[in-house]
Ligand binder design. Structure first.
Ligand code: ACO
Length: 323
């Protein structure tokens, strides 16, 4: 039996940092309002020349370096984004080319904030069926480019960045013991599409459009959906909240994260938080948080890590992985 194991992680953030106070001349808001409602203190904003593809490439190179794997060893790239450089070709093939690869195959997946978990699950399927051996799984976004900078209810929430990991398909015997992706549950329900969407697109307006969100409506559904899908993961594996070493949720809002952890019975000291420094980076938030916790030594070989996300669509999901 083949399992998909994580070999290493990497991430990249734009150079420019925008603190809550920097919004005070842009829209009517305050550091206190943003901090209290969301837990966000600052976010990174892409500057000239920084794009989803350039951030994805930088994160991918760091993940390859951390894994001791070269682009020649990669035969699949799955990139999650809702803010690609171009409508087509996929940002994944642009990263493939920048890495000097002309072998293997690369494509994007789009599930907004849940995109990284969709990408990870998709890559896991290719590795487990033997269609690929080593995958780069990337979440990369430049949400600053689709924000309405006059809408204070959304523009303060998001940031830009990218995270990546190298996933390798190995037989369980080769690896010795239970490692890698243990369980994955994905969900979606398009009935909620009007609660969080972009008001443009190639086939409707011919423009990129701007992000629109009914924040309170999203908040109302988030904790229930997140905890349901995690409980489905627990039910499928017999793993419980006490077994988890690190809970790495999608970083949208501190209140959603804390309420989900509390409802599940996951201790606060096991929760990885980056939303204070990164804001909501959509598909990039989980791999950015994973890389943060792997590099500072919290996540290490043997750690049992629970990932969770919920976002536009709605889409949501959870993945359990042994490092
Ligand atoms: N600064 C100051 N006041 C603001 C701001 C702001 N940046 N934004 C909104 N307000 C005002 C509103 O106009 C409103 O004023 P009013 O009462 O005079 O009409 C008041 O604050 C309350 O607005 P609400 O939207 O009801 O505030 P709420 O407490 O719900 O907080 C928030 C808003 C933070 C967006 C919250 O609903 C939330 O976190 N929702 C979850 C959405 C989310 O995180 N989405 C991310 C994408 S989806 C995902 O990744 C899960």
């Amino acid at each position: 039996r083949i399992v998909s194991v994580v070999r290493g992680t990497g991430s990249a953030l734009p150079a420019k940092i925008m603190r809550n106070r920097d919004f005070e001349g842009v829209v009517e808001t305050s550091d206190e309002w943003i901090r209290q409602r969301t837990g966000i203190e600052q976010r990174h904003i892409a500057g000239e020349g920084e794009t989803t593809v350039s951030l994805a490439e930088a994160a991918a190179r760091r993940a390859l370096e951390a894994s001791g794997v070269s682009p020649a060893d990669i035969d699949l790239i799955v990139l999650a984004t809702a803010t690609p450089d171009n409508t087509f070709p996929a940002s994944a093939v642009q990263v493939q080319h920048r890495l000097g690869m002309s072998h293997g195959f690369a494509f994007d997946v789009q599930a907004v904030c849940s995109g990284f978990l969709y990408a990870l699950t998709t890559a896991d399927m290719y590795l487990r069926t033997g269609q690929a051996r080593r995958a780069l799984v990337i979440g990369a976004e430049t949400f600053s480019r689709i924000l309405d900078w006059e809408d204070r209810s959304t523009c303060v929430l998001f940031g830009d960045g990218a995270g990546a990991l190298v996933l390798e398909g190995v037989t369980q015997d080769e690896e010795g013991g239970e490692k890698g992706i243990i369980a994955s549950k994905l969900r979606s329900d398009g009935a909620h599409q009007g609660k969080l969407y972009v008001d443009g697109g190639p086939s409707t307006t011919g423009t990129v459009g701007h992000l629109r969100m009914q924040g309170r409506e999203v908040f109302k559904h988030a904790v229930g959906m997140i905890t349901d899908v995690i409980e489905a993961c627990f039910g499928a594996t017999g793993i419980t909240a006490e077994d988890i070493d690190w809970f790495v949720p999608h970083q949208a809002n501190r209140r959603i994260i804390d309420a989900s952890a509390k409802k599940l019975g996951i201790a606060p000291e096991k929760v990885v938080i980056t939303v204070d420094r990164h804001g909501n980076t959509s598909a990039a938030s989980i791999p950015l948080a994973l890389d943060t916790a792997a590099r500072d030594g919290r996540i290490k070989p043997g750690s049992l890590v629970l990932l969770e996300a919920m976002g536009g669509g709605f889409t949501w999901g959870a993945v359990l992985v042994r490092w």
